[in-house]
Design a protein around this ligand. Structure first.
Ligand code: 3NM
Ligand code: MG
Length: 524
């Protein structure tokens, strides 16, 4: 039997809100678009479980939705359920198979690669990967997998027909982030999401299910379309796109919300102003929701990590508002704390652009090819930077920017090589951070450009960011590196002390023609 696993309801009678009857709640959930139901009864006696399973089966049959029993092979046999779901400490799959009729669907819970490997050997039909987020519905005995963890487990299913759903703490706020982030580098995506409390604990389970249904439908459609069509770029398209953004930023002055480090706050705000945008350097969690409602972009630079809570909520709200999130993991290779924090942030929200030097990007990718010293990278860089940047963009599902004497930008398909700049950028502090600021500013421009009134609610709903982030990222890098060339050539620049204000001046006075004539852009 083939099952549509997209919206997988797991029951939890103890979570029903006061006054809500179990079968009523289940029926409303089915009406809301649940595609498969698992009966999970952790506290019932056999007789009670059997009764619940029987009644549930009749209801599911009415909506032609398959029914799966958690753990109890005997109950599944008794009611002729469509399948069973087995935990790691339940009946082993090979034993269950000897007891169940041929064709019974079998699913297992997995939270590490060994579980997945075993599930493949056992030829199960589907796996539940979890817990993705923290949950109070079930006591967890292993740490949460995280959105990016799901992606790496999915890859192990390549070449099999085994389906996968994510479970644990899923709700309408994080469902899109979960679906988007839970994709392996090979392009293997989830078949669905499994939820308990978001539907069961709701007093309106039908609309709770519908909300998830809408997100799933839009995302699956978007994913399928995206995997068929990839935009092809040439140098002209990119350069013209950048110039268009430059003009739009000066015209519309988007708000660039920056959570950045204490070293560069002032110069970042000034660079933003110089480009014609409007900076706000707000860090408190309490103001993140309000700020996310104003069109623009968000920069999260964790050069000095003092407000992780603010960084997490700012990114989550920005995703919800489909605004660009530019992440600058300054010095991520320098300490374990930074590494852990970067991972935590990247699990909490979807970055639209990740920008770093070779050392930082190597650390994010767990590569030893380039080393970091403090916030600087050392050595001669990657042997094949183009492949590296394409892979990390694919893995993190965003645009990746790697700065250095040559700058690299990729969306996971196209790689853009940029060769502007001046070595004096290495003589001032925070030139990398300024690139991040400029990228966030241009990406904000790209998002304003895409947010034309009356855009369709369909596939748009499936996006965590609107606008062309590749062009935004290239624009930010070009603006800063071209301005640096202009500044370094000035006769009133005598050293790093006069270079910084000259750089801000050159950003302020940067003309589209200058950018076009100086830009050294190659598309690979
Ligand atoms: N299994 P909610 S987490 C039943 O990690 C279950 O295998 C999990 O409930 C696993 O949607 C979980 O309310 C509970 O967070 C999911
Ligand atoms: Mg179990």
């Amino acid at each position: 039997m083939t099952i549509d696993f997209s919206l997988y309801l797991v029951t939890g009678r103890e979570l029903l809100p006061p006054g809500k009857e179990y079968l009523q709640s289940l029926e409303e959930a089915l009406q809301g678009g649940v595609t498969v139901v698992q009966i999970r009864e952790k506290r019932s006696d056999t007789l009670e479980f059997l009764e619940i399973a029987r009644e549930s089966k009749i209801l599911c049959a009415k909506y032609k939705v398959p029914l799966i029993i958690n753990d109890r092979i005997d109950i599944a046999l008794a009611i002729q359920a469509d399948g069973v779901h087995l935990g790691q400490t339940d009946m082993p799959v090979h034993v269950a198979k000897t007891l169940l009729p041929v064709g019974t669907v079998i699913g297992v819970s997995c939270n590490d690669p060994d579980h997945v490997k075993k599930a493949i050997e056992d030829e199960v039909d589907y796996i539940g990967i979890g817990a993705v987020w923290s949950t109070t519905t079930k006591k967890l005995d292993s740490p949460v997998v995280g959105v990016r963890g799901v992606g790496s487990l999915l890859q192990a299913l390549d070449g099999t027909n085994i389906k996968a759903v994510a479970i644990g703490g899923l709700n309408s706020t994080n469902a899109l982030r979960t679906l988007h982030g839970s994709v392996s580098i090979s392009g293997h995506r989830l078949d669905g999401i499994a939820v308990v409390s978001d539907i069961v604990a709701s007093s309106a389970p039908r609309s709770a299910a519908q909300k998830l249904r809408n997100i799933l439908d839009a995302w699956i459609h978007h994913f399928d379309v995206q995997s068929r069509v990839t935009q092809v770029y040439d140098v002209g398209t990119i350069k013209n796109g950048v110039v268009e953004l430059m003009r739009l930023i000066r015209d519309k002055s988007p708000l660039i919300h920056q959570i950045t480090n204490v070293v560069v706050t002032n110069q970042s705000a000034n660079a933003t102003l110089a480009l014609g945008a409007s900076p706000i350097m707000a860090t408190a969690s309490e103001e993140m929701h309000d700020l996310s409602r104003i069109p623009g972009g968000l920069l999260i630079n964790f050069g000095t990590i003092t407000n992780k809570g603010g960084m997490i909520s700012a990114g989550q709200y920005a995703n919800e508002a489909q605004k660009p999130v530019v992440f600058d993991p300054v010095g991520v290779g320098a300490t374990q704390f930074r590494k852990t924090t970067a991972s935590e942030l990247l699990n909490a929200w979807q970055a639209s652009v990740i920008k770093g030097n070779a050392g930082e990007m190597a650390s994010l990718a767990n590569s030893n090819e380039v080393q970091a010293k403090g916030v600087d990278s050392v050595g001669s860089g990657f042997a094949d930077p183009a492949s590296f940047i394409r892979e990390i963009a694919k893995k993190e599902r965003c645009v990746a920017v790697m700065t250095g004497p040559t700058d690299w930008v990729s969306d996971g398909v196209t790689v853009v090589k940029l060769e502007n700049g001046n070595k004096m950028l290495g003589d001032i502090t925070g030139s990398g951070c300024l690139v991040g600021t400029c990228v966030a500013t241009f990406c904000a421009g790209a998002s304003l450009m895409a947010a034309a009134p009356g855009t369709s609610p369909g596939p748009e709903l499936a996006k965590l960011v609107r606008g062309n982030m590749l062009i935004g990222a290239v624009g930010g890098v070009l603006a800063l590196t071209v301005a640096a060339e202009c500044a370094a050539e000035r006769s009133d620049v005598h050293g790093s002390g006069t270079f910084l204000p000259a750089l801000i001046d050159e950003l302020y006075n940067l003309k589209p023609e200058t950018l076009l004539s100086r830009a050294k852009v190659q598309v690979l």
